[in-house]
Ligand binder design. Structure first.
Ligand code: 28G
Length: 649
């Protein structure tokens, strides 16, 4: 028998504690979900989705449903066992209520369990509750339907109740983020789409069904073959050396899956690593192990087969040119370690040795059985080594030559440098055309803003080798100006600028230039993009002014703003339509497009860049008019549904 008084006292004590705990989350949301912007908002969704996915991954149900509702709420349904609802003897509170109101409950995970949890601190469900206007949960469990509801950041609104019988089993969680907490409460189809698409590859054989009731969009994600299929997609339209290799090992405490392929005539390397199904953007021990396993396997094969001598082993960089690789590890909670504050870099030491041995064994085995492939691969490594050697010699020669090279001259002629040496707060504007470049030079903040005008269209760098790119005056100027190297030698921390801002006209040619520059940054300076340092300037499309008093005017950046602008100026308005940057004078350009306080910038995300890169690869070699058509149809200026995602000041 439970001592009622004791249980009540414990309940009261714990509920006070809980309340303050959830209040703490509301006071400092960023501590729990990283930020209170769109990213933080979606974090709430990941917390709930991941719990549903964990059920499916552990073999309870095979589908996870995610629905964005018209009222701004989001629901997630799994087909698992249903969150336990039994009343805890000590607290007198149903387990489900504790799970939704206690931080770090992490609930169902014991230390030997694998979790997909993406939470910055693995805090889970209670954080979503704390930051929601309401949370409504239905549990289908052991033949019964249960319901419980919270409001105003985790306060119990409807205590656990039994609603009737059911044959279903699973959990349905629906929640509405609190607009008092978030700068935006709009769930984005694209953001959730990308995440579920990635999850489907990482958690193969789980069905993800996404619905958007605002637009009636829906999509199902499912991958039978996992990472192999992912790399197939990443390399679609590319010329592969051999086939895509995939390896899997679930025998030990660290479960591993990898897929990799080499693209012929490409220089960049792309490795996507994951720990417990969460992307580790800064790599870590598993990624290091992946690389070292590949290097050792290829070199050992080459030496053993007499292709190279012991002292001629390839540098890992040469082996990885053109590599597209993925490595996913699943590590039990007790061994999961990260470096730094974010979960971006895996620290678990065992992951290095385990992954390295796994890749080495499987790759050595594969090479032994695919001799033709091995020879093609070694040939590619040799070409990379030769090119790197040539580039190094050229660099050395230009350094010793002291006298100004062609590039140095171009730089001093063209670049209007910033005077500050505080690189992080400096900005480089890459500007379309000499005339706009001139206005930008006049209108800029000379201390922190540098201007580099571009003449004409830059070269399309897709599938060009590094030497060809270095020979191109425009790109070598950009490389030298940024001053942080290029390709695999690029070091983002050496960048002379904290922001690289592409400023073009808002027309098709401008879009084309954006795409060509993004293709270059994606292929040769990818960390600039992953670190969120590449931006697109956003010039206004219109100026609405009062005809009787032109000093009364507003700038409008899209058609919606134009309508607002007309209303604001009232009767007797006139409209300037800007077709290009050149139609603004230096002051106008500065205030509308460059000045930190008044401009708009679009931050380019790796997702944007990936889409652009994929599309360019797709259209390469095809008719140039096709490419132009695609740009005209798909790039929508100054609207959020263009290929540009986040808006930043
Ligand atoms: C739909 C959106 C989010 C979930 C479950 C199922 C169980 C569970 C969740 O247990 C408490 C503590 C450790 C076992 C586990 C049910 C075992 C038996 C579960 C979800 C109990 C948490 N029966 N499904 N939590 N553990 N789905 N979907 O959140 O000992 S959370």
């Amino acid at each position: 028998m439970i001592d009622i008084e004791k249980a009540e006292a414990a309940y009261n004590a714990s509920s006070i504690e809980l309340l303050t705990e959830l209040e703490g989350v509301r006071k400092r949301p960023a501590m729990y979900i990283g930020s209170s912007n769109s990213m933080g908002l979606h974090h709430l969704a990941w917390e709930i989705i991941d719990n549903g996915v964990d059920e499916a991954v552990n073999g309870y149900g095979s589908r996870v449903f995610v629905t964005i509702h018209k009222d701004g709420s989001l629901s997630v349904e799994d087909e698992g066992r249903g969150i336990p609802v039994d009343i805890h003897a000590r607290t007198g509170v149903p387990a489900i209520q504790t799970i939704f109101t206690t931080l770090h409950s992490g609930g169902k995970f014991n230390s030997k369990a694998y979790s997909t949890s993406a939470g910055l601190h693995g805090v889970g469900t209670a954080v979503t509750n704390a930051l929601s206007e309401w949370v409504d949960i239905h549990v289908y469990r052991q033949g019964k339907i249960y319901h419980i509801r919270f409001k105003d950041g985790g306060k119990l609104e409807t205590p656990l109740e039994e609603l009737g019988n059911t044959k279903k089993h699973g959990t349905l969680v629906r929640f509405k983020p609190d607009p008092k907490i978030f700068s935006t409460v709009e769930f984005k189809w694209d953001t959730i789409y990308d995440r579920l698409e990635q999850s489907a590859y990482l958690l193969k054989k789980v069905h993800f069904i996404l619905k958007d009731e605002r637009t009636n969009n829906s999509h199902e994600f499912y991958s039978e073959k996992g990472l192999l299929e992912y790399v197939e997609n990443l390399t679609a339209n590319k010329n592969l050396v051999g086939e895509i290799l995939s390896f899997e090992d679930n025998s030990g405490p660290i479960k591993m899956e990898a897929a990799l392929g080499w693209c012929a005539s490409e220089t960049s390397e792309s490795i996507y690593s994951y720990a417990n199904s969460v992307r580790t953007g800064d790599g870590g021990t598993h990624e290091t192990g992946f690389k070292s396993g590949i290097t050792k396997a290829v070199n050992d094969w080459a030496v053993t087969n007499g292709v190279i001598k012991e002292n001629q082993k390839f540098d890992g960089l040469d082996i990885r040119e053109g590599l597209i690789g993925t490595i996913s590890v699943k590590i039990t909670e007790d061994k999961l370690e990260y470096e730094g504050q974010t979960k971006n870099k895996l620290g678990t030491p065992d992951a290095l040795t385990t992954v390295s041995a796994f890749i080495y064994d499987d790759l050595v085995h594969y090479l032994a059985e695919h001799k033709d492939f091995a020879i093609d691969l070694i040939r590619k490594c040799q070409i990379s080594r030769d090119a790197r050697e040539a580039a190094r010699k050229a660099k050395e020669a230009s350094r010793t030559q002291k006298k100004a090279t062609k590039i140095d001259q171009v730089i001093s002629d063209k670049l209007a440098a910033a005077s500050s040496k505080d690189f992080k707060s400096n900005e480089l504007f890459i500007v379309e055309g000499d005339s706009a470049g001139g206005s930008a030079k006049t209108g800029r903040d000379r201390i922190h803003q540098a201007i580099l005008p571009l003449r004409g269209k830059p070269l399309n760098t897709e599938s060009l080798d590094l030497n060809r790119v270095l020979q191109n005056v425009e790109f070598s100027t950009i490389i030298q100006t940024i001053g942080a190297g290029v390709s695999q030698d690029f070091k983002v921390e050496d960048s002379h600028y904290g922001k690289i801002i592409i400023m073009t006209d808002a027309d098709t040619d401008g879009a084309h230039i954006q795409i060509l520059l993004l293709t270059f940054f994606y292929n040769y300076m990818k960390p600039l993009i992953t670190h969120g340092m590449v931006y697109l300037a956003c010039p206004p499309l219109y100026r609405v002014y009062k005809k009787s008093d032109p000093s009364k005017h507003v700038y409008c950046y899209n058609d919606e703003e134009l309508e607002e602008g007309k209303k604001k100026i009232g009767v007797g308005y006139g409209i300037n339509r800007y077709k290009g940057l050149g139609e603004m004078n230096a002051d106008q350009l500065a205030i509308t497009t460059m000045n930190k306080a008044t401009r708009k910038l679009y931050q380019v995300t790796i997702h944007d860049a990936l889409i652009v890169e994929k599309k360019i690869a797709d259209l390469m070699g095809k008719d140039a008019s096709l490419r132009r058509e695609w740009i005209e149809e798909n790039i929508v200026f100054n609207q959020e549904d263009s290929f540009i995602a986040e808006v930043k000041g």
